[in-house]
Design a protein around this ligand. Sequence first.
Ligand SMILES: *Cc1c(COP(=O)(O)O)cnc(C)c1O
Length: 362
Amino acid sequence: MSALQATLESGWVAPAGPVPEAFEAAIAEATGIRHVVAVASGTAALHLGYRCLDLQPGDEVWTSSLTFVASVAPAVQMGARPRFLDVCPESWTLDPNLLADALARAGRTGRLPRAVVPVDLYGQCADLATIRAICDRWGVPVLSDSAGGMGAIQRGRHAGVGAQLAAFSFNGNKIITAGGGGALASEDAALIARARHLATQAKEPAPHYQHETTGFSYGLSSVLAAVGLAQLAVLEDRVVARRAIFEGYRQGLGALPGLGFMPEPAWARSSRWLSTILIDPEAFGADRETVRRALAAEGIESRPVWKPLHLQPVFRGGPKGGGTALVAARLFERGLCLPSGSALSAAEQARVVRTIRDSCTG
Ligand SMILES: *Cc1c(COP(=O)(O)O)cnc(C)c1O
């Protein structure tokens, strides 16, 4: 009997009971982070993370500019001000050197952020050990946006390990999906107990409904938890499949002039959740948009690398980040995420490769 069928027959479909608990235990096992609360989405996990860190209106939250808006959307909705720092070329994730300089400057003027939010990008971890050590000097907590980090390794540890709090996503497009879902994880049992309390409407223990604060309806349905549980069991297979797809692209495209790949630093093992290439328009003879349109004309979906948040209209006029996020802007201009699904067939991948090769005139 499938886990899903068992869940439906158990009578537990609400966001409580044995299946979400088993899913949480499996996430703890897969990540090596002891305490986990499963929630409705990665964004909900980040929102709870910000609440657990007591984010207040006017506080600053620092993240890398090259990310998805959900990294900071809940913080902005809580009245915080995001500051976007640049990424480093070796990993495309938050640049620890820039962070160290920016924190030292902020420390001198007494305007430290409430949280630093490194982001795991397309299955590539941020350098959490280094970032945590820098943040510890200033007493600033680290909330890792590891939504895209399941199965990725940094310095021998799973994505998110080393942060005070780490948020994961099991949305439909991620390497492991529950259809929809997320999790907040921490070594600190009290933080996760607080998150769990807030995720389930902040009900105080009393026979009637009693509240000392307001919470959210962020629990994960048992039905989705059952799907997530089954998927987690194949996480390592997925990583192997995604890495093989990346290798396929490297072999098919690596010799083209002006074409590069998202790097993998020596201290990390990327899950290659998304295979991402860089196109230097001069050497390649066509720019990123031309290649994207050529793929679209063949019915192949590809997508530019995240548009950096410091360039998004919604954040115009916000505080300026460390560096002017030049690396992130350049990666947006030249970067393209290719079809990377674990089920991509060799024939389909060959068609993607052929279309890209055909658009090269360099
Ligand atoms: C997917 C993603 C999120 C949001 O997760 P949801 O489960 O879709 O809410 C946040 N940050 C990053 C970097 C993501 O890739």
